[in-house]
Design a binder for this molecule. Structure first.
Ligand code: NDP
Length: 451
């Protein structure tokens, strides 16, 4: 048996890599983790956490507007993005220190530098060759730059989280998670925001009823929506950037956000030389259900595998890898029933099948809906409504999909995700006593199917 410097070397100290490394060390493995940038990864430093801080900041606009209906008289509030960005940076710095401490406390050795694979067991970091019985690739993803002349004039979500001055006019290209979230955030801050996307509705893949209602709500909040827009090129014109669409439409802005997807980070690290097969097109590491690559000693988890690009999924894949390889209990992750949320304004969240997907899979479905103006919006004179939907298998009564758009949707769907993951039936929802008065109780009070 050859001797190695480590039992595991992880490349990438983001959510998946850190979770797997710490967990492997807790099994007694000798673990090192390589990181070329800051410790914490996209979620902590450039994604979920700072995005949500910005979202909280943006939501004060609603709170100030609604307060008058509840008797509050406020002076005209003003907003300074530079103050929020500075406060956000203090928080992400604090979290990076915590991440470093978590690794140190777990006995995981942090190697700060770019890692290059030399063979299936060896990496080169800062000029030093280090070997391990197993290598784990957890390098995540970065914003895509589609082949679009002038795309370099656009910024990405990374820069949107570092701005210190509000763009008067922001144009968002794309309508996925990142596009919808930043459009809502910057609209809340006070920018004039437009979102241009090639589909008919934002958020391809989500239930059509949520997509329609999100488009309506965003438009009502003043976001200019340009559907069926295929960007063709960007050009600078004085202080403006003009985005030309394939159909001749021209959209002008001070700042353009390229939110047209993300790509796995697999370049310039010797993966192919080490024999690791990548997916054609995306360049993601090809893995099986146990996160095994085409090379027996090399594994990969998280966005770099382009399976379901969500932080909790990366963490779960990392822990399953450790159970399989260091815990003696082979375990695969079920990517079918995973809840996710879009922190748009209003937010939305889903678990399970959309109505369209359930029908496409051959289910005969019964659909239950609730569409109501939340109590808080009445005195606030806010017209925005909340919407909830259950997609139920007519034959078995099992809840196949649960969807919501409206205030607190991510929190409500997270709690109900337990029931849906356990295979709850509509009868189980009916038999659950409501907590009153809440919005969440509406999921339990849907008596008559809509179709
Ligand atoms: P998404 O895949 O969600 O959206 C990409 C968007 O870009 C879509 O609107 C897509 O259009 C559009 N697009 C892609 N290529 C082109 C092109 N060549 N021309 C025009 N439009 C294009 O990616 P995001 O970057 O928003 O997010 C990446 C991933 O990160 C998400 O899938 C999600 O898993 C994760 N994420 C999760 C968050 C959360 O949990 N809240 C928040 C942010 C990110 P079309 O739909 O027509 O293909």
């Amino acid at each position: 048996m050859p001797s190695y410097d480590f039992d595991l070397i992880t490349i990438g100290a983001g959510s998946g890599g850190v979770a797997a490394s710490r967990y492997a060390a807790s099994h007694g493995a000798r673990v090192a983790i390589c990181e070329a940038g800051r410790v914490g990864g996209t979620c902590v430093l450039r994604g979920c956490v700072p995005k949500k801080i910005f979202m909280f900041g943006a939501q004060f606009a609603d709170a100030f507007a609604d307060a008058a209906g509840y008797g509050w008289q406020l002076p005209q509030p003003t907003f300074e993005l530079s103050r929020l960005t500075a406060a956000k940076n203090v928080e992400t710095d604090r979290l990076e220190v915590i991440y470093r401490k978590l690794l140190a406390d777990a006995g995981v050795q942090l190697l700060e530098g770019h890692a290059q694979l030399l063979d299936p067991h060896t990496v080169l970091v800062n000029g030093e060759r280090l070997s391990a019985q197993r290598l784990l690739i957890a390098t995540g993803s970065s914003p895509n730059h589609p082949a679009l002349p002038g795309v370099e004039l656009a910024v990405t979500s990374n820069e949107m989280l570092e701005l210190t001055a509000l763009p008067p006019r922001l144009l968002v290209l794309g309508s996925g998670y990142i596009a919808a979230e930043f459009a809502g955030i910057y609209r809340g801050f006070g920018s004039a925001v437009a979102m241009a996307y090639r589909a008919d509705l934002p958020l391809r893949g989500f239930d059509a009823d949520l997509r329609r209602r999100l488009a309506t709500a965003m438009a009502d909040r003043g976001v200019g929506l340009h559907h069926g827009f295929q960007p063709q090129r960007l050009e600078r014109a004085g202080g403006d950037i003009i985005c030309h669409g394939a159909d001749g439409r021209q959209l002008r802005a001070d700042l353009v956000l390229n939110a047209m997807g993300r790509s796995p980070n697999t370049a310039h690290m010797g993966l192919e030389q080490a024999g690791v097969a990548l997916q054609a097109g995306s360049g993601a590491v090809r893995v099986d259900a146990y996160s095994r690559s085409s090379v027996p000693s090399i594994f990969a988890v998280g966005d770099v595998t382009d399976r379901l690009n969500l932080t909790p999924v990366a963490i779960a894949e990392g822990r399953a890898f450790v159970d399989s390889e260091f815990g003696g209990t082979p375990r695969a992750i079920d990517h079918q029933t995973v809840a996710s949320a879009v922190f748009s304004q209003p937010p939305l969240a889903s678990i399970g099948l959309s109505e369209e997907r359930a029908l496409a899979q051959g289910h005969r479905v019964t659909v239950f809906e609730a569409d109501f103006r939340p109590m808080k919006n009445v005195l606030a004179r806010r017209a925005e409504r909340s919407y909830m939907k259950l997609v139920v298998d007519a034959a078995s009564d099992k809840v196949l999909g649960l969807h919501m758009i409206g205030a607190d949707a991510p929190e409500i769907v997270q709690s109900l995700a337990v029931a849906v993951t356990m295979g709850a039936s509509k009868r189980d929802f009916d038999a659950t006593m409501a907590v009153h008065p809440t919005a969440a109780e509406e999921f339990l009070l849907m008596r008559k199917p809509r179709r």
